[in-house]
Design a binder for this molecule. Structure first.
Ligand SMILES: Cc1cc2nc3c(=O)[nH]c(=O)nc-3n(C[C@H](O)[C@H](O)[C@H](O)COP(=O)(O)OP(=O)(O)OC[C@H]3O[C@@H](n4cnc5c(N)ncnc54)[C@H](O)[C@@H]3O)c2cc1C
Length: 296
């Protein structure tokens, strides 16, 4: 049985992580408790960071939002600040599991969990988010696009604690959507998921629009790609370009939710839904009026 610690400061937590060889951070505990019940938790010590002041804050910064690691997924989903500054992120956090899990699981624990099926990384990839990691040796920042290094392996090194996730402000005129396709219950992990963000276009004097795509559950890690499409293209053309860009990244792991061929097909359906709806939102005249209302 692991020894449980409840440090009151980040410095104490980092010292514990450095001193104890096999120490693990205890965030919301939703994953750690399952591992413990299954008898596969091999940590010598658990460092519960919920008592450290300031780690559950959501703050506006000059470039977007900064979210503390102990912020619950539900707090991100319902935050008026996150909904205003980065609506795609708020939407995706609202799709994780069910309210019971979202009320307990933390932003830091979700990313550190490193599962290839996680929902939030799909949006954080397209939004170009970064993760702040702190240890007794100092602080470093890792782009989300470099965070998932292999199957269930992240960039978090032994002794490090995720201390913030920073998400740049979402372009107000961007179209965005998150498609999550489940083959068991609606609240289950996804069989395939895709977040899309469509930016650029005629309004800024540009001739092309950029489609950014983050995919979950379709490969051993969450994956990212992007493609440019002529601004006057139709939604079908945009979808075709996005599917072509996504296809080489799709490398599904067969399991109870589906075999390889089924998951490959579903991944492309998720891409189509996310891109079509983002593209239409970006092209929609109502989008223009909505943006004007927001600026007043
Ligand atoms: C029934 C169920 C359904 C689920 N469905 C989904 C789903 O559909 N989509 C989805 O995205 N997720 C889903 N999840 C996963 C859920 O999102 C994770 O369990 C949760 O996010 C983990 O967060 P936590 O704070 O509870 O982490 P914990 O259980 O506390 O920790 C998980 C891991 O992260 C490490 N850790 C925690 N905090 C930090 C930190 N600040 N710094 C460094 N390491 C840290 C821990 O050491 C541990 O290795 C589901 C979970 C359950 C139980």
């Amino acid at each position: 049985m692991a020894v449980f610690h409840r440090p009151g400061t980040l410095g104490e937590a980092c010292a514990l992580m450095a001193e104890r060889g096999d120490a693990m951070v205890y965030g919301g505990g939703t994953a750690v408790q399952i591992l413990e019940k299954q008898g596969v938790l091999f940590a010598s010590d658990l460092v519960d960071i919920s008592g450290i002041p300031g780690l559950a804050n959501i703050e506006e910064t000059s470039s977007g939002v900064r979210i503390g690691p102990m912020t619950t997924l539900r707090a991100v989903e319902t935050s008026p600040l996150v909904r205003r500054v980065t609506p795609l992120a708020a939407r995706v956090y609202g799709h994780v599991a069910n309210p019971r899990v979202r009320n307990t699981a933390s932003v830091g624990g979700n990313l550190a969990h490193g599962d290839y099926r996680l929902d939030p990384p799909t949006a954080l990839l397209v939004l170009d988010a970064t993760v702040e990691l702190t240890s007794s040796g100092g602080t470093r920042t890792v782009p989300l696009r470099e965070f998932f290094v292999d199957f269930q392996r992240t960039a978090v090194r032994p002794g490090e604690i995720i201390t913030a996730v920073e998400i740049p402000r979402q372009d107000e005129a961007a179209g965005s959507w998150f498609a999550k396709l489940s083959s068991l219950s609606a609240n289950d992990w996804p069989c395939a998921s895709a977040a899309a963000l469509v930016t650029g276009g005629r309004r800024f004097g540009r001739v092309a629009r950029r489609i950014r795509l983050g995919l979950g559950a379709v490969a051993p890690t969450p994956v990212f790609t992007q493609v440019e499409v002529a601004a006057d293209a139709g939604a079908d053309e945009a979808v075709d370009a996005a599917r072509q860009a996504a296809e080489p990244l799709i490398d599904p792991i067969p399991d109870v939710r589906g075999g390889v061929a089924f998951k490959r097909h579903l991944a492309l359906v998720a891409v189509e839904e996310a891109v079509r709806l983002s593209w239409e939102e970006r092209s929609d005249a109502r989008g223009f009026f909505r943006d004007r209302r927001r600026r007043r």
